[in-house]
Write a protein that binds this ligand. Structure first.
Ligand code: COA
Length: 376
């Protein structure tokens, strides 16, 4: 006897992305810091970092991403019952970033509005909560607007400086008993792992984060191994991974992702050639946009997911590994929907890459000087 699953099919029905208007080639930063450009380009795997101009910030990025997601969605603002922003670029200890964004969007009334913080994991938590709100039948037929947005800056000269970046991804999350989500279905079961740690943190009142680079790499690798192990379950790693068209990671910088993939492959007993094929075929291609915008913290994983889904045949499966320092990690699995093949959100990235201005080392110094003076 077959059983009917009474739960709605929940997932992403629209995506919008936004990148800021400036870009610094890593070769320019290398010049400024007296480093061999090869360290940034090949040692870290970064090409360019996205930077905000004086009149841009996390609110503008989040709002633009949301406007783009809403513009290509069939519903309108009255159909949104929840807005959640995952960020570690909060403007206030009390007022949520969602209030700034809702204000810009003109979203008010019977709407739950809040901010989620857990370093780079905050956007994924917001998305999971929205999906579970739909699954629980608590949405009253409304949609959720989830935004992951950040501006990642380190102190000038900090070893993390070459990994800086910025960006936002907005996703509309809906559930339906009759239709599959147009962009991607999110599987209700995901695989979480957390351990209290001080690997990357920003004390209250401090402008820039503190990071223990080698320790954060260890935590990230451990989180990935534990989450993937839970997902693989009784299967062999080879069989489980064969099910995926793409494996997306949170991208602090592409080399960190490669280290985690090779670590997990070794832990799962994969041959060297299998590990290398896994990285080059299923992971590396998902980071094409990340290499040109840097670490956008909460948005980084979702930039990789948006890139992976674009052009994908309906029904193909992907996995998304989210990591936030502190630390919390979670592996989600998704299935591409009917709109993925067309991937209309690619326009957002192409528009922003085409119109952004490339600055040189001297202008980067000026920009940082101005930003530091503004916040002093
Ligand atoms: N050509 C090619 N590669 C080079 C090079 C050159 N000329 N010079 C150095 N490299 C390589 C190094 O060998 C190293 O590669 P490896 O790690 O595979 O050995 C890499 O470049 C980085 O060099 P390293 O000396 O380790 O850099 P660093 O001490 O300045 O550290 C970071 C820089 C970014 C790695 C470190 O600050 C960090 O991990 N930061 C942030 C971590 C993070 O973002 N955590 C957030 C939570 S997820």
């Amino acid at each position: 006897m077959s059983t009917i699953d009474p739960r709605p099919s929940v997932g992403i029905t629209s995506i919008g992305l936004s990148l800021p208007s400036l870009a610094l080639p890593l070769s320019e930063l290398a010049k400024l810091r007296g480093e061999d450009p090869g360290k940034y380009l090949y040692g870290l795997g970064c090409c360019e970092m996205a930077l905000c101009a004086g009149d841009e910030g996390v609110v503008e990025l989040a709002t633009t991403a949301a406007e783009r997601a809403l513009a290509r969605w069939s519903g309108d603002l009255q159909d949104i019952g929840l807005i959640a922003v995952g960020t570690e670029s909060a403007l206030d200890m009390s007022r949520p970033l969602s209030a700034w964004v809702a204000d810009r969007l003109g979203l008010r009334g019977a709407v739950r509005s809040y901010e989620v913080k857990h370093a780079c994991y905050g956007g994924t938590l917001a998305l999971k909560q929205a999906a579970e709100w739909q699954l629980a039948g608590a949405s009253g037929g409304k949609a959720a607007l989830v935004i992951a947005a950040d501006v990642a800056l380190y102190a000038p000269l900090d070893p993390g400086e070459p990994t800086q970046g910025a960006g936002a991804v907005a996703m509309i999350i809906e559930g339906s008993l009759t239709q599959r989500p147009a962009v991607a279905t999110i599987d209700p079961t995901s695989h979480a792992w957390s351990e209290p740690a001080f690997d990357f943190w920003r004390p209250v009142g401090e402008e820039f984060p503190r990071v223990d680079g080698p320790f954060s790499l260890d935590c990230y690798k451990r989180g990935a191994e534990h989450c993937l192990t839970q997902w693989i379950g009784e299967r062999t790693a080879v069989d489980a991974l064969a099910e995926l068209e793409a494996l997306c990671f949170h991208v602090p910088f592409p080399k960190m992702v490669k280290k985690a993939v090779l670590h997990c492959a070794e832990a799962f007993g994969l041959e060297e050639s299998e590990a290398s094929d896994l990285f080059s075929q299923k992971v590396d291609p998902t980071m094409d946009w990340n290499r040109h915008c840097g670490n956008a913290y909460t948005a980084s994983l979702w930039i990789a997911v948006a890139s992976a889904l674009a052009g994908m045949t309906e029904g193909c499966r992907i996995a998304a590994f989210s990591y936030g320092s502190g630390f919390g990690a979670e592996l989600l699995t998704l299935t591409a929907g009917s709109q993925a093949a067309e991937g209309p959100w690619v326009d957002d990235i192409e528009t922003d890459f085409a119109r952004r201005q490339t600055i040189d080392a001297a202008n980067y110094e000026l920009l940082r000087g101005l930003q530091m003076a503004q916040t002093a």
